[in-house]
Design a protein around this ligand. Structure first.
Ligand SMILES: NC(=O)C1=CN([C@@H]2O[C@H](COP(=O)(O)OP(=O)(O)OC[C@H]3O[C@@H](n4cnc5c(N)ncnc54)[C@H](O)[C@@H]3O)[C@@H](O)[C@H]2O)C=CC1
Ligand SMILES: O=C(O)C(=O)COP(=O)(O)O
Length: 533
């Protein structure tokens, strides 16, 4: 059945066309994002949800979205999506990180000019036939200091434009390297220095718990008198009441505000103030940007829903459309390795080490780790997937380590999972042959070669004659058909293991008979999802 996507905010028709061309069913309901109840009522029918900033993807909506696999944000900011809630439910959240950055940077520059020359007020006055030539006295941009807070994609474009306008640009961004700063021709400074020196301050950080209220009364007090502030990022970055007070006192000479604490902003104390230029969250609203983001999000969501390719996901490692088919058998391998350990381990896991040997070390190991973790905790959390597994493992305080190394044995490459609990350390290794089927090649340090089946029985025993006969006889007498039988031991007379690949789940009563035999140390039926995605 074709996957179904709902577009719940206004998107260019390009998106709808791409979904259709790619074989995705699409409903375009651009106003439903603003109607929480209606959206919650219908969301259960959809595999994908394409949004902009109006739709709020809350925990409550996610709870109603029983089939949802992907939320696609046609734009950058994902502060309207409850990402932890989506991740816990295994829903991928993706955005289009570059599609509207130039457009938004240009809007910030436009607001800077509008403030410097009071263009909106002068425009209204002139239209009103007043010719108030003496009322409007501007300031020059050239030679002024521009303070950029958040120098990522958009901030660095604004910075470059500032340099082009012959401004002195200072930037505060904890993740901005000195090299990148000098490449951009900007001076990297601390926030206090930026406040002390900037004539214009422009905000370009995401809205997070760290950046919320970054411009408050205290911050404003540390700014230059007559500073002008531009916000084309997110409303919550500025405490609006503090900004209004500073505008009234004249400490802040002007503000260019595209985004508001509460949106849609139809009432706001900033409205009507002389030295304030406002736009209704238009940062990304150009034909070019809207084409870019619509096209990108529709392609990304279709690629995921149809081919399993992941790009620009916030909560999942990327998997390109080209690598998805190559990676798939190894994703399955990682998952069954995790599933083996998850099923045989009864006490709480403290640490997981995932070793990538040879060819597997060159693969997309982040995706493989997510798959291994999903397999590992699935016995406890049934509906976990590669998106939710890392967050769940973290919530359980399990430490995850990755090791990569060159080819070390006879296999081109293999994956080994080692899990530590309070009581013991367990390990299992596996690989995929050219048939793309996962195989276990080592358990507890004991080599073997076991094809992985949906139903298996894992036994441990002291190496002694007669175990194959014993297991074969018990199974035969009880009509349990064995499809495959793999054995291994560490040394003659030492520890031995057996893995039986069965046609059906191992019956409980027969299991009791196997366990009752004195030669058998342990016997555990296992299930593996070898066919599913
Ligand atoms: N008005 C509009 O229509 C639009 C608004 N936006 C907003 O702009 C924001 C920035 O977008 P991009 O530049 O593409 O994101 P980005 O992720 O490329 O850059 C954000 C930068 O902020 C920095 N940062 C994070 N925390 C910080 C802190 N506490 N102090 C200083 N810097 C910090 C990061 O290191 C990063 O370099 C988006 O998150 C979105 O909210 C984006 C597009 C359109
Ligand atoms: O991309 C972003 O972060 C934006 O804020 C753009 O918002 P919009 O898609 O215009 O509602």
């Amino acid at each position: 059945m074709a996957p179904r996507v709902l577009v719940s905010d206004k998107l260019s028709p390009t998106a709808v066309q791409i979904f259709k061309d790619r074989g995705v069913e699409v409903d375009y309901l651009p106003d439903v994002g603003k109607d929480k109840e209606k959206l919650a009522e219908i969301i259960g029918q959809y595999d994908g949800l394409a949004i902009r900033s109006a739709t709020k993807v809350t925990e409550k909506l996610i709870a109603a979205a029983t089939n949802l696999k992907v939320v696609g944000r046609a734009g950058i900011g994902v502060d309207n999506v409850d990402i932890p809630a989506a991740s816990r439910r295994g829903i991928i959240v993706m955005n289009t990180p570059f599609g509207n950055s130039i457009t938004t940077a240009e809007h910030a520059v436009a607001l800077m000019f509008a403030l410097a020359r009071q263009i909106p007020e002068a425009n209204s006055s002139t239209h009103a036939g007043k010719w108030e030539k003496n009322r409007f006295m501007g300031v020059e941009i050239t030679g002024k200091t521009l303070g950029v807070i958040g120098c990522g994609n958009i901030g660095s474009i604004v910075a470059a434009r500032g340099v082009g306008l012959k401004m002195h640009v200072v930037a505060f961004d904890p993740f901005l390297s000195e090299d990148r700063a000098s490449e951009l021709g900007v001076e990297k400074v601390e926030l206090d220095a930026l406040f002390a020196r900037a004539d214009f301050i422009t905000l370009h950080t995401p809205l997070t718990d760290k950046t919320r209220n970054i411009i408050n009364a205290d911050a404003i007090a540390r700014m230059k008198d007559g500073v002008r502030i531009i916000n084309c990022a997110r409303g919550g970055l500025i405490v609006e009441a503090d900004l209004i007070a500073a505008l009234q006192s004249g400490k802040v000479a002007g503000a260019g505000i595209d985004v508001f604490e509460v949106e849609p902003a139809t009432e706001n104390a900033l409205f009507g103030m002389d030295n304030v230029v406002t736009t209704p969250h238009l940062g990304a609203s150009t034909t070019e940007a809207q084409e870019n983001v619509a096209l990108q999000i529709a392609e990304q969501m279709s690629d995921y829903l149809i081919k399993g390719a992941v790009s620009n996901a916030i909560n999942m490692p990327s998997i390109t459309a080209e690598e998805a088919p190559r990676l798939k058998p190894f994703v399955k391998l990682a998952e069954v390795l995790g599933a083996f350990v998850g099923q045989v381990t009864e006490d709480p896991i403290k640490e997981v080490e995932i070793l990538f040997d040879g060819s597997t070390a060159a693969m997309n190991t982040r995706a493989l780790i997510s798959a291994a973790l999903a397999g590992l905790i699935r016995p406890q959390v049934a509906d976990v997937n590669m998106v939710s597994a890392p967050i769940m493992v973290k919530e359980r305080g399990i430490i995850v380590a990755e090791v990569k190394r060159d080819k070390s044995g006879v296999f081109d490459g293999y994956i080994k999972l080692t899990v530590k609990t309070e009581k013991q350390t367990r390990s299992i290794a596996g690989t995929c042959f050219s048939d793309h089927k996962p195989r276990f090649i080592q358990i507890k340090g004991i080599n073997l070669d076991a094809e992985v089946g949906q139903h298996m029985l894992y036994t441990t025993n002291a190496d002694a004659p007669g175990i194959i006969g014993l297991l074969g006889t018990v199974c035969g007498e009880n009509s349990v058909n064995i499809a495959n039988f793999a054995l291994g031991r560490d040394r003659p007379g030492g520890d031995a293991i057996a893995l039986l690949y069965l046609d059906a789940p191992f019956p409980e009563d027969v299991l009791a008979k196997v366990r009752a035999h004195p030669a058998i140390e342990s016997a555990k039926p296992l299930q593996f999802d070898v066919n599913g995605n």
